[in-house]
Design a protein around this ligand. Structure first.
Ligand code: NAP
Length: 259
């Protein structure tokens, strides 16, 4: 029997790619969609007539789906994920913006229920590899800054991937004192600061999702860069998540941990 999938944010850019992906997969069936404002008929969103559309969490019936895929907004993602975990629906969360405390609370709740799920700040293979290489490089190059570049409509900053990269670098680099800002003549010019790792967020039309990690050492530098030119690139990771989530017994953070 097919696993029943609810797509939260199915009207959005990522949501629509996800609809097409799930429609193309054997063993999964979209049975529900959640988005506050739905204009147009189901066919215009590539949904079958049988799919049930909901506008809020309050409308959802019990046992609405087996898997919950979320590409919504930073404001909605915590309540959505909590709903899924509380109702025994395996969450696959692509929406960024969960805080560390929210993430730990969700992991605990999922573990208590032995419920599998995946939170992936980035489903793109190039970004997953960038994070892996950056974590490795941090052992040898403790001086590092991150620049992320996204399309102008991105709601949150820094990007979930940039923050996840900084966390992985921080876990892997030796005890280190970052060079202090002696004089700055413009507020925030050094970007955000995660445990001494500066993160710079660029928002410009034309960009999709890109990140550079710059390591500097005496007389040399290492730059690692990834570019997602098309949102389609995230779908191979969502497919892996769908295939793996049934085997998990807790909420795993990071696609690299299920590859
Ligand atoms: P988008 O085009 O603005 O779509 C957002 C969707 O969320 C819309 O369908 C919107 O519905 C819906 N929504 C808003 N509030 C909601 C709620 N309370 N409950 C359910 N749905 C709600 O955004 P996008 O470009 O698809 O990106 C969505 C998220 O994915 C962002 O957080 C982005 O950073 C993240 N993202 C992650 C990855 C990854 O690999 N993990 C890759 C790209 C993007 P209405 O139109 O009806 O309001």
């Amino acid at each position: 029997m097919s696993r029943r999938v609810l797509i939260a944010g199915f009207t959005g850019a990522m949501g629509q790619y996800t609809v097409d992906l799930v429609n193309s997969l054997d063993g999964f069936e979209i049975t529900a969609g959640l988005s506050p404002k739905v204009e147009g008929d189901k066919a215009s969103y590539h949904l079958a007539d049988s799919v049930k559309i909901y506008h809020s969490l309050a409308e959802l019936p019990d046992d609405v789906a087996d898997v919950w895929i979320d590409f919504t907004t930073p404001e909605a993602v915590y309540e959505n994920t909590k709903y899924a975990v509380d109702h025994g629906i395996s969450p696959i969360i692509g929406t960024t913006g969960l805080t560390d405390d929210q993430e730990s609370g969700l992991i605990k709740a999922a573990t208590d229920k032995q419920l599998g799920g995946i939170i992936a700040p980035n489903f793109g293979m190039s970004a997953v590899l960038l994070m892996k290489f950056a974590a490795e490089s941090a052992k040898y190059f403790p001086d590092v800054e991150v620049i992320e570049m996204h399309h102008a409509d991105k709601a949150d900053a820094p990007s979930g991937t940039a923050l996840a990269t900084a966390k992985k670098i921080d876990e892997n680099r030796p005890e280190h004192e970052s060079s202090p800002d002696k004089v700055t003549t413009l507020a925030h010019v050094r970007g955000g600061d995660y445990h001494g790792i500066h993160i710079h967020s660029v928002r410009l039309p034309g960009y999709v999702a890109h990140e550079q990690v710059l390591f500097g050492g005496p007389g040399e530098a290492l730059t690692i860069r990834q570019d997602s030119f098309d949102r389609k690139s995230f779908m191979s990771g969502v497919k892996v998540a769908l295939q793996k989530v049934g085997d998990l017994k807790t909420l795993v953070v990071g696609l690299e941990n299920v590859l």
